[in-house]
Design a protein around this ligand. Structure first.
Ligand SMILES: O=C(CO)[C@@H](O)[C@H](O)COP(=O)(O)O
Length: 215
């Protein structure tokens, strides 16, 4: 399975967004990871539709939208409509996760489901047959620059095992939080193939080398 790097815009200089997008695309990022936070599901507020519309115009690579918001079904039409290629929502934030997956799919785009470090695999298992990606948070969602939580590796292996047993090996497993040149190896060994990175790649002197080290 191909390794992909999804650059988290939360780690860039937001006052220079267009140039930052161009720079990280030139460095080889495969996707742009856009963290939408509502200050309720997580203790932080980031950006929303007005900013992502501008990101879509400035970017050439797929937009990987990560909704860290309560009751995400309310906003699927908006984030699909502005040009997201994938929308990932949190299992913990949705009263009917299957309805959210179906709504994302009704727009003809990829659907991801995410779990926080404390959420067991058993809770996401019922949805493994219908999602295109599982995002395992490797930090508590809300802030960039945190330390990788190694306990999450076991969950990645378990999800990869379940997907393989179901004949769904093509489903991506994405990891997000504290991903760098070292922790990426552990994630890959456990079965992840999409690596979200903010501070490690945007903070690097040589962004191309940093992106390559993740691939
Ligand atoms: O979703 C989040 C945080 O909630 C992430 O996408 C972070 O933005 C990743 O940042 P680093 O840990 O790579 O600095």
């Amino acid at each position: 399975m191909k390794n992909l790097v999804s650059a988290s815009l939360l780690g860039c200089d937001l006052a220079d967004l267009k140039n930052e997008i161009k720079s990280i695309e030139k460095a080889g990022a495969d996707w742009l990871h856009c963290d939408v936070m509502d200050g309720v599901f997580v203790n932080n507020i980031s950006f929303g539709t007005p900013v992502l519309k501008c990101v879509r115009k400035a970017a050439s690579v797929p937009m990987d939208t990560h909704l860290m918001i309560t009751d995400p079904i309310r906003y699927i039409d908006d984030y699909a409509g502005l040009g997201s290629d994938n929308i990932t929502f949190h299992l913990e934030a949705a009263s009917d996760p299957q309805a959210v997956i179906d709504k994302i799919h009704s727009h003809g785009i990829s659907a991801g489901i995410s779990i926080k470090p404390g959420t067991p695999v058993s809770e996401v298992k019922p949805y493994l047959g219908s999602v295109d990606m599982v995002l395992v948070m490797t930090v508590e969602p809300g802030f960039g620059g945190q330390k990788f939580v190694a306990d999450t590796l076991e969950k990645i292996s378990e999800i990869r095992y379940l997907l393989d047993s179901m004949g769904r090996s093509e489903v991506n497993i994405e990891v997000d939080g504290g991903v760098n040149g070292e922790t990426v190896k552990l994630c890959r060994e456990a079965g992840a193939n999409v690596f979200v990175s903010g501070s490690y790649i945007f903070g690097a002197e040589d962004r191309k080398a940093a992106v390559n080290s993740l691939k």
